[in-house]
Design a protein around this ligand. Structure first.
Ligand code: ATP
Ligand code: MG
Length: 384
């Protein structure tokens, strides 16, 4: 915890403290700092209500992101930070968010609603006593690499079964083990996972498959994960760190189940393409150029990674490096040139494709004269 806080965050804490409110870093950022990582984002919690908070942040931008739940996003210079009133929660009937939240002035109550001991610590910078509030043994569990619920695991998973997946996500991300009773309760309550909102499951699963211990966790936790997809596959640690490649690998034995996730359009398109490409992968530069033509560079690379085919990946890289055209837009002629050369408008696209194929095969040089020479000599002959 030696890392200095960004001064933008310190200023937000100071702004609350100046008006007499308690303010702490909380959750993931405290965990990550104790682990020696620089947090990607900072969450604060405070005794101030949202209305009281608004009076503190003069000169900063305040966005009411989740005001009913006590959360404001404060933007100080360029740094954004979520600030949430200490709260307790009740009920998760829609399996998305708590039915009711109650504001409290006691940080202890706020910490006890949190999922795991390592996520239930708060830190007030600059205090003589070190400023860390750790009521549930979070530091000890962090040091031992253990994931343990705050309170009774069965009750906590019943309250919000997403926590079962969060445990797996953190186990994969941090390469931690899951404490015995916590694990037993995850097992006992795994069927509840079927009711969780797709967008919450999707976010956690992406985190899980991207984790450094994804292979161990997907290998050991198949029986829990099978409540989400029928046949979860092992995600090898050697796989590229690409969410599409890793999700596709995880779903490769249950392809249709991918429809149960809430993916962005582009991720959905990529994963569908990875699943539907069944032909053998390129073994040489010419085949690789045709694959690049068909899928584009990004997807061609992802396909080779998904199939874990290093030879094909090398062929694709070499094809790209060669500078040989693999798209019509790389040709030394364009549609306009063809029209001028007398190619009928309706045939232009087809002729360009034909010419590209000949260039890829090395039968034509990608130079305007040779391409036009070929086209003028037999304008439509090769295009039937
Ligand atoms: P990451 O660094 O991966 O974002 P995080 O711990 O910050 O990890 P978030 O999902 O951002 O995870 O949640 C922030 C904090 O809110 C957690 O550390 C935890 O204290 C609490 N929290 C989040 N989701 C839950 C949940 N479903 N049940 C209980 N507490 C939760
Ligand atoms: Mg976070």
């Amino acid at each position: 915890m030696t890392e200095k806080l960004p001064f933008e965050i310190q200023e937000i804490i100071n702004a609350l403290a100046e008006k007499g409110h308690a303010a702490y870093l909380v959750g993931g950022c405290v965990r990550d700092r104790l682990l020696g990582f620089v947090p990607t984002d900072y969450d604060l919690c405070t005794s101030a209500t949202p209305d009281e908070m608004k009076l503190c942040f003069a000169g900063m931008k305040v966005v009411e992101t989740g005001i009913k739940h006590g959360t404001l996003t404060v933007v100080n210079r360029r740094t954004a930070c979520e600030v949430t009133t200490f709260r307790t929660e009740k009920g998760y009937t829609d399996k998305r968010r708590p039915d009711q939240v109650f504001f409290t002035t006691r940080i202890e109550e706020d910490l006890s609603r949190r999922d795991f001991t390592m996520n239930a610590m708060a830190y007030a910078p600059g205090r003589a006593d070190g400023g860390l509030i750790d009521l549930f043994g979070g530091q000890q569990d962090l040091a031992a690499g253990v994931i343990r619920t705050v309170g009774d695991p069965g009750e906590r998973f019943e309250e919000d079964p997403l926590r079962i997946l969060r445990a797996l996500r953190f186990a994969a991300k941090l390469d931690f083990i899951i404490e015995e009773k916590t694990y037993a309760a995850m097992h006992a309550h795994k069927a509840l996972l079927a009711h969780i909102a797709a967008e919450r499951v999707t976010a956690e699963l992406i985190g899980l498959v991207m984790g450094k211990a994804a292979q161990r966790v997907t290998g050991q936790m198949g029986s829990i994960l099978s409540c989400i997809l029928a046949k979860p596959a092992v995600v090898h640690d050697s796989l590229a760190k690409d969410p599409c490649v890793r999700l596709a690998a995880f779903y490769r034995q249950s392809k249709d189940d991918i429809a149960g996730l809430r993916l962005s359009k582009s991720m959905h398109r990529t994963i569908t393409a990875l699943f539907s490409y069944e032909a053998p992968l390129p073994k040489n530069q010419t085949e690789a150029l045709f694959l690049l033509h068909e899928m584009g560079l990004e997807q061609a690379v992802q396909l080779c990674q998904f199939r874990e085919d290093a030879g094909a990946l090398a062929a694709v890289a070499a094809a790209k490096e060669s500078g040989v055209p693999y798209a019509v837009r790389h040709l030394a002629v364009n549609g306009h040139d063809l029209l001028q050369a007398g190619v009928p408008e309706l045939a232009v696209g087809q002729v360009l494709e034909k010419v590209l194929a000949l260039v890829i095969e090395g039968k034509l040089e990608n130079q305007k004269e040779s391409l036009l020479g070929y086209i003028l000599q037999e304008p439509l002959s090769g295009c039937s």
